[in-house]
Design a protein around this ligand. Structure first.
Ligand code: ATP
Ligand code: MG
Length: 781
């Protein structure tokens, strides 16, 4: 019998098989990168569905006839389900696809999981709930969100929506951004939600602390506004699902009964709310399998807690633990490098990874002359290897902060940036999505405000503010007020315009309810009736054609969505898909290009050749981490994730000098390079370098500033972005100064430039930097 089943899973090693066949009861699979965790998960699901977990189950009748075995064998070889004749005699109930819930982190990972399941199981694979935490929760809340006071059409606010809303709240509460920045408010709210702390509890915990009291007020108002708009932000999806389970035991029970098996990939990155969700779902049957690697926990800054993995055995006392130690992904050299780096962390469960793969090439560590040289080096290597037979898509460039976007521009290497300005972040696309959202949910005030004068309809901010005020006073929605604009005195003058807009929207809402109007028809109705494209053309901006192309591209996305979802396609379904889309979704594997993305986005993926630029102190590890030992370990885990993405070749790069944040830095090589044993490394360096001809460097400085500031915000927090004022005393060469982020240093040179002075400062911790005096916020010591 065993032989039959094992043929099915013949590629698996002993430990992996053990994990595949351990189906009942809690299971923790704890294993290093590339050891087949995700592979095991997929095979485990296949086992459950095809064989009902029967193979492992003690319920398997001890004696199956030869005939049965032949049937089993044939089914296994052809990848069919457990034959009915045998199934009937087995005491175990076969598992149905919809009884399995498999959760992973990124949409990309979820998509891959679905693909692999469908390849393995045919159409039945499509019925498995394989999705991200966010989609899973959204789906549950669509069904039962009414129990919490939302409609089934609720809107999902993405990061940008949340940002706008919190800024509104800030204004309403008179909170000066300098006193409490909207970023820190959002971060605090997000942290509270991760920990399932409600606005009320937050208020109680605030005590007499002024800052906390202010945060509590902002949280409360933000939540109230969301509720009024029938909207949830990303964090709400998770914590509202948990609330739903806690407040409505019948709903919880429904899902506890429905899902016989719950599985979570990348478990090390779950936060408290996600942990509770999984725990509640699996409480009754205890069939929970989590898969993770404590060394790859890289979302602590978002509230993920390693505790969840560390204490799994405590939360589920009957838990079996399986460790996988063989790595199938990388060469020996790459694996040795990864092991050596991560061994410097103290906070870990500790494990050793080995591989039967050959040693492979040494790790190439290249020191570039500057950042341009660093990127030229990468482009050159790619072109060389492509000439020798590799595909462009074999290469990935993974970075900590996106300091390198401009690099391939002139190299002739086809590349895509995952997580650059996303399609769905473009203005025209946001406008279109806003139209669709308001049609779906007219109480969505924020999106209504976005489109009410877009394209221009001579409805000014003042009118909108007045209408909002009326709505707030009467406790009605803004849309309702606009629909009856002529009955309110303050709106009399603009009423005709408002009514015209209301009629337009009403006619679109009507169309959306007509079963004969497809989503794509509706989309074209919006375009026709708003004259959006004509307005774009009339504006005569340089990028009008690009924008029109994007608008047409959205139409193809809608058509594709309709094709994929058939009868189930709906406006709210489409909007949900859009709002849950993360950067990684634009990653089209079929196109042959080099990909560039952040190390965070690369989690779970693998590539034959990986380049890791920017391995410099101050960049990776980042400045914040250098001054905060707790964060160094998280950066090191990120380095481990990055290194272990590589299958065959790994290039690590640093530059002797680099333009970053508008100034030139000379950073020391990253400590992570020093942590790799020298015998695994082959070093090279560019000593002579010719400046590219003028006109070759394409990106403009404003572009650069935008990229840098967006990323600085994301990765270094607000502090490095805030601009200071000129120091009161003039600074001279030789002065000792202190900088908020870089620490203490000594001024080497001071060159007057316009109204400002360019200072070259040798900082003790981070090396020499060039800064403009007016913006550097220096304190003379
Ligand atoms: P990560 O920690 O990066 O998420 P992982 O542990 O999930 O990695 P997988 O992505 O499942 O690892 O597997 C890594 C690679 O090893 C994949 O290419 C997979 O096909 C291969 N692999 C896994 N198990 C085996 C096996 N038993 N025999 C051969 N190849 C395997
Ligand atoms: Mg994986």
């Amino acid at each position: 019998k065993k032989a039959v089943m094992e043929r099915e899973f013949s590629r698996m090693n002993g430990r992996q098989k053990e994990a595949v066949f351990h189906t009942d009861g809690p299971l923790l699979i704890l294993a290093g990168a590339g050891s087949g965790k995700t592979t095991v998960l997929v095979n485990r699901i296949a086992n459950l569905i095809r064989w009902g977990g029967a193979y492992h189950s003690t319920a398997l009748p001890p004696e199956l006839s030869q005939e049965d075995l032949d049937l089993l064998q044939a089914a296994a070889e052809e990848g069919r389900a457990l034959p009915d004749a045998i199934r009937e005699r087995l005491a175990v109930e076969p598992c149905r696809p919809w009884q399995i819930l498999a959760i992973t982190f990124t949409n990309k990972a979820a998509g891959e999981l679905k693909n692999r399941l469908e390849t393995m199981l045919g159409p039945a694979g499509g019925d498995i709930w394989a999705s991200t935490f966010h989609s899973t929760c959204a789906r549950m809340l669509r069904r039962d969100g009414e129990r919490l006071g939302y409609t089934s059409h609720f809107t999902i606010y993405d990061t940008d929506d949340s940002r706008r809303l919190i800024k509104d709240c800030q204004k309403a509460l008179n909170i000066d951004d300098k006193v409490l920045s909207y970023k820190s408010i959002l971060a605090a709210i997000s942290r509270a939600k991760d920990n399932l702390i409600s606005p009320k509890e937050y208020e109680q915990q605030a005590g007499k602390d002024n800052r906390l009291i202010l945060l509590a007020q902002a949280y409360k108002l933000y939540q109230q506004r969301l509720k009024e708009a029938d909207a949830m932000d990303f964090d709400d999806l998770i914590c509202n699902a948990v609330r739903l389970f806690e407040e409505c035991p019948d709903v919880l029970e429904y899902y506890q009964d429905k899902f016989r098996y719950v599985m979570v990939d990348e478990y090390q990155d779950t936060n408290h709310a996600q942990y509770m969700l999984v725990k509640l779902l699996a409480q009754k049957r205890q069939n929970l399998c989590v898969v993770g690697d404590d060394d790859q926990s890289i979302y602590k800054f978002r509230g993920a807690t390693i505790e969840n993995i560390m204490s799994f055995e405590k939360s589920f006392p009957r838990a079996a633990v399986i460790r996988l130690e063989q790595n199938y992904r990388s060469t020996q050299n790459i694996l040795d490098a990864a092991n050596a780096v991560i061994s410097n962390n103290t906070e870990r469960k500790g494990k050793t990874l080995w591989t039967e793969n050959p040693a492979g090439a040494k790790i190439a560590v290249h020191t570039g002359y500057n950042e341009q040289d660093e990127s030229d080096y990468i482009a050159k290597k790619v072109l060389e290897e492509v000439a020798a037979g590799r595909k462009y898509s074999d290469f990935a460039v993974l970075y900590r902060t996106n300091i390198l976007e401009k690099m391939f521009v002139k190299s002739g290497v086809p590349y895509r940036i995952i997580g650059g300005l996303r399609f769905y972040e473009r203005k025209e696309i946001r406008d279109m999505i806003a139209y669709l959202s308001v049609i779906n949910n007219p109480t969505d005030e924020m999106r209504l405000r976005r489109i009410i004068n877009q394209p221009k309809r001579s409805i000014g901010d003042k009118t909108i503010a007045q209408a909002s005020e009326i709505a707030a006073t009467l406790g009605e929605s803004l849309f309702d007020v606009i629909c009856h604009a002529d009955s309110y005195e303050p709106l009399k003058r603009t009423a005709p315009k408002l009514l015209q807009f209301a009629e337009l929207m009403q006619s679109l809402i009507e169309a959306s309810n007509d079963p004969d109007v497809s989503l794509n028809d509706l989309y074209h109705l919006i375009l026709d009736r708003t004259n959006y494209i004509e307005a774009l053309k009339a504006a005569e901006n340089d990028d009008a054609q690009d924008r029109i192309d994007n608008i047409n591209e959205l139409s193809s996305n809608i058509i594709k969505y309709e094709e994929d979802n058939g009868d189930e396609a709906s406006l709210s379904g489409f909007l949900e898909e859009v709002s849950l889309m993360t950067d990684i979704d634009n990653f089209d594997e079929t196109a042959d290009t080099v990909v560039m993305m952040t190390m965070h986005s690369a989690k779970g993926l693998e590539f034959p050749v990986v380049f890791l630029p920017g391995f410099e102190e101050g960049i990776f590890p980042g400045l914040q981490a250098i001054y905060n030992p707790n964060e160094i370990e998280e950066e090191r885990r990120l380095a481990y994730v990055a290194i272990t993405r590589a299958k065959e070749e790994l290039y690590i790069l640093n530059a002797e000098s680099r333009m970053i944040f508008g100034s030139t830095s000379r950073n020391k090589p990253s400590r992570f390079i020093a942590e790799i044993p020298e015998e695994l490394i082959e070093r090279s360096r560019t000593r002579e370098w010719k400046k590219p001809k003028p006109g070759m460097v394409l990106p403009t400085s404003s572009y650069e500033a935008r990229v840098v500031s967006a990323n600085a915000a994301r990765h270094f927090g607000p502090s490095s972005l805030e601009q200071g004022h000129a120091p009161s005393e003039p600074l001279r060469v030789g002065d000792r100064v202190s900088h908020r982020t870089f620490g203490e240093g000594c001024i080497l040179t001071a060159t007057p430039m316009g109204n400002d002075t360019l200072l070259e400062i040798a900082f003790e911790q981070v090396g020499t930097k060039k800064l403009m005096a007016n913006f550097a916020r220096l304190t003379k010591l």
